[in-house]
Write a protein that binds this ligand. Sequence first.
Ligand SMILES: Cc1ncc(COP(=O)(O)O)c(C=O)c1O
Length: 426
Amino acid sequence: MDKNWNVATMAVQGAYEPKNTDPRVLPLHMSTTYVYDNCDELAKVFDLEQDTCMYTRLANPTSNAFEAKIAAMEGGVGALATSSGMAATMITFLTIAKQGDSVLSSSAIYGGSVTLFNTTFKNMGIEVIMFDQDASEEEILALAKPNTKAVFAETIANPAVCVLDFDKLSSVAKKLGVPFIVDNTFATPVLCKPLELGANIVVHSTSKYIDGHATALGGIIIDGGNFDWTNGNFPDFVEPDESYHGVKYVDNFGECAFIVKARAQIMRNTGMTPSPFNTYITNLGCETLHLRMERHSENAVKIAKYLKNHEMCAWVKYPGLEDDKYYELAMKYLPKGQSGVMSFGVKGGREASKKFIDSLKLAKLVTHVSDVRTCVLQPASTTHRQLSDQELIDCGVSPDMIRLSVGIEDVNDIIADFEQAFAKVK
Ligand SMILES: Cc1ncc(COP(=O)(O)O)c(C=O)c1O
């Protein structure tokens, strides 16, 4: 792989380099275990001195190739594939924070992440302090505590479709001396590379655009290798890890300290590992990511404009619309496209929105977004139904909201489907 390749070439050919007579396509290594000729060599793997596979909970050749591809696409120094996007978020935070710590998170994030933070993390003694990402840098800084260990936000928020102000939040994280973690699920490295914009760690639900076909659940964590873990706030990165033969992550692994700790400590102890079959499938899907993101974004702008001008549409939020609150940030950070995800309401409120969804034919009602097929969902009654009214408002979710994920079909067929559904709501 040539490090200078553009993201599209990385998506197609990154990481897997077949030698003479090897299979052309990245093979599926569906094996839990690996053979070694002698004990000393295997011992080196256990001591993290040799970078080969010994057990699939920790590493697998198919998953490793996929990890190397996504790390290259994001511009990171290493990556760790996980069993789901939730697992990626969980492992990332557990690598950095422990009982008695706190982290700062935007409130405009995926509902599942809100629940993880406000219940599971709370029960584990990690406090998540939520902030309004439209607040000023000073207001967000004022919420931090001496035990704050990270700042977290999504490039394009699900489902509020706010665009992240990278300059502002990376400055907050720098002033606090903590890593800036970005969930880049909706933008993907094709539309935005957070590590070039001040982020230190990137997470994805690969179940979304990276797979792109709604076939394989998965997640991935990418280490930017650009955070100074020796700044005094992260003794666990500097002092010996007694759970792993006293390894010192910064001393032994330098710029890869975070991703090695995530794998050797948290992945090893929790086993949130993807099946090699899932990384195999996801890698195949990823080979067309650059083409799909282009078409998703192109179709979405057309649909957003159509909705905006429709008499039955109460409101539409899409950062690619010129009068959208986040248009300026979108042009600054997502100039190549703003993905296929948007939200809108149907005149008549919650019931009218439900009737619209029930009347669609081509677009399906599914608990998913960001695959090749157009789909819809009403967050208040589904993905976000565990949240309180206040949490719903904080996440930018209104009762009538329809979250729309525009696919890569012919846009005229999507519009025709919407027309017949609007006609039924009238
Ligand atoms: C932005 C974002 N992050 C994380 C997740 C969780 O990912 P998964 O469903 O793969 O666990 C999702 C799922 O919708 C998401 O949209």
